[in-house]
Design a protein around this ligand. Structure first.
Ligand code: FAD
Ligand code: NAD
Length: 476
């Protein structure tokens, strides 16, 4: 093989797992190539994977735009601000989102150039002998590497009762590109995507119904936070139907007819659009040739050992393709770690401190264990919470929804979980993640001076509340 086709590392997939792995490999002096097949709306190759193109970033852009609209519409009366003649230009909002995506995905191209990473656009397939076939249109080529990282991510799960037709029935990608605000919108699955994208269109005026199969709302979140979230979403007008089973959804002209069953019987509703957001599954189709079988677990995720190596020597896998939370920062962390493994280092990832955020309003953010989980394991715990209604800054902002809840070990006071629902929860959580990373106690948090007036004081107060020492709420 010529030097143009022989690399130290080849990465298949250019999402937050793959592109970060590529950058770290290049920083370590490894000759690196990254193969990605994503084509942007402009029909050009677009790095960044699901996250930058059709996931984290575009959804946050729309959440931000719709939040501004909702604030101006009816969120600022307390401040003495009312707006008449308010309008939303959906096409301009979508263009702003597309421009943000374009800038960020282009930025990764720039980082690749600066780090001398060779970028291939096409589909990668693992062949025997550490070779990778690249298919781009009708052209096939082969490159090889000493180490290969699989980072092909995931795609939406589809359900036969509601086949996506990209007209009226869409997946999360389609829901980022509506031409106008649907008057009525259904969402199958009240998970993270359903709540975030349901919120976007609800804020702009859609009547939104969420059809959730389970009878427990946000089971991964702390029980008290999930209950508060459900209360707030219902107050905002999201119609959340639990234990609802969609039996059939079909497009009919410009409408979708949805049949579903719940505890109250069988129902038929007519909607303008329907989003199917019932989870995602790993992209393994056509990823490896039969002579290099890669072991998958019972749910189809690539199996890896403690250094992210698959059953094939020097073939690694990261991100949504393997077990664990399907989150961009988890994928990136694994990308860095695998690059360092390949370089000969012994990196570790603390999976117990991976933060989760739902970017709704109120935002929901947590790290560590929930109260219900810890109780189920018989662990003796202490709990402190502090409502934002008692925070001076939240009062000044006019956004007093929610609380901070901290759980620690009764024996050692080590923080075991921090759960926040309320304004800027996503940003506030970083302090808790750092504290847990350093195995801090609630006393450590309580002894830390927080600026006044800030929302972060609620974290300190919740830490104080664990031992009944909160200053701005009556203690138990
Ligand atoms: P991906 O980002 O999926 O990247 C994989 C890349 O590989 C893709 O470009 C894909 O086209 C390409 N590929 C696949 N097969 C091949 C092949 N054979 N050859 C070449 N290329 C291939 N996570 C968060 O942490 N925060 C959020 O706010 C957030 N919001 C989200 C919102 C939405 C609507 C969605 C859908 C997801 C969101 N996520 C969020 C999840 C996040 O996008 C994923 O966890 C993350 O992108 C996973 O990164 P990855 O690198 O493993 O895979
Ligand atoms: P999810 O697992 O969060 O939610 C899916 C929901 O659909 C669940 O509540 C599930 O019970 C329900 N469901 C499953 N089958 C159903 C059916 N047939 N009918 C009705 N309900 C059904 O998955 P998602 O919302 O699709 O998101 C996928 C992944 O993307 C998540 O794992 C998440 O980590 C990631 N993501 C993260 C963020 C973020 O970090 N803010 C945002 C969006 C997506």
């Amino acid at each position: 093989m010529s030097s143009d086709t022989k690399f130290d590392v080849v990465i298949i997939g250019g999402g937050p797992g793959g592109y970060v792995a590529a950058i770290r490999c290049a920083q370590l002096g490894l000759k690196t190539a990254c193969i990605d097949d994503f084509t942007g709306k402009d029909q050009k190759p677009s790095l960044g994977g699901t996250c930058l193109n059709v996931g984290c970033i575009p959804s946050k852009a729309l959440l931000e735009s719709s939040h501004h609209y909702a604030q101006l519409n009816h969120g600022l009366e307390n401040h003495g601000i009312t707006v008449t003649g308010l309008k939303i230009d959906v096409a301009a909002m979508i263009k702003n989102k597309d421009d943000i995506v374009g800038r960020l995905t282009g930025g990764i191209g720039g980082l690749f150039k600066a780090n001398k990473i060779t970028s291939f656009h096409g589909r990668g397939k693992l062949l025997a002998g550490k070779q990778v076939e690249i298919t781009s249109g009708k052209t096939k080529s082969t490159i090889s590497a000493d180490s290969i990282i699989l980072a092909t991510g995931s795609r939406p799960i589809d359900i036969s009762s509601a086949p996506v037709d990209n007209k009226n029935i869409v997946d999360s990608t389609g829901a980022l590109d509506f031409k106008e605000t649907p008057k009525t919108l259904g969402v199958i699955g009240a998970g993270v995507i359903g709540l975030e994208l349901g919120s976007v269109w609800s804020r702009l005026g859609s009547e939104v119904v969420l059809l959730e199969a389970q009878d427990e709302f946000l089971p991964a979140a702390d029980i008290k936070i999930a209950a508060e979230a459900k209360r707030q979403f219902k107050k905002q007008g999201l119609d959340i139907k639990m234990a609802a089973r969609v039996t059939k959804a079909t497009s009919k002209g410009k409408k979708v007819i949805v049949n579903y069953e719940d505890a109250s019987g069988s129902h038929t509703i007519e909607l303008d659009k329907l989003i199917v957001s019932v989870g995602r599954r790993p992209n393994t189709d056509g990823l490896f040739a039969p002579e290099v079988p890669i072991n998958l677990d019972e749910r189809g995720f690539v199996e890896v050992d403690e250094i992210w190596q698959t059953n094939q020597p020097s073939v690694y896998a990261i991100g949504d393709l393997i077990r664990g939370p399907m989150l961009a920062h988890k994928a990136s962390e694994e990308g860095v770690a695998v690059a360092e493994v390949i370089y000969g280092e012994e990196p570790e990832i603390n999976y117990d401190t991976i933060p989760s955020v739902i970017y709704t309003s109120p935002e929901i953010a947590w790290v560590g264990q929930t109260e219900q989980h810890l109780k189920s394991t018989g662990k003796k715990i202490k709990i402190g919470s502090f409502p934002f209604s008692a925070s001076g800054r939240a009062q000044a902002m006019g956004d007093t929804t929610g609380m901070v809840k901290i759980i620690s070990s009764e024996e050692t006071d080590q923080i075991l979980g921090v759960h926040i629902i309320g304004p800027h929860a996503s940003e506030l959580l970083a302090e808790a993640v750092l504290a847990m990373e350093y195995s801090a106690s609630t006393e450590d948090l309580a002894l830390t001076i927080h600026s006044h007036p800030t929302l972060s004081e609620a974290i300190r107060e919740a830490a104080l509340a664990v031992d009944n020492k909160a200053l701005h709420i009556p203690n138990k």
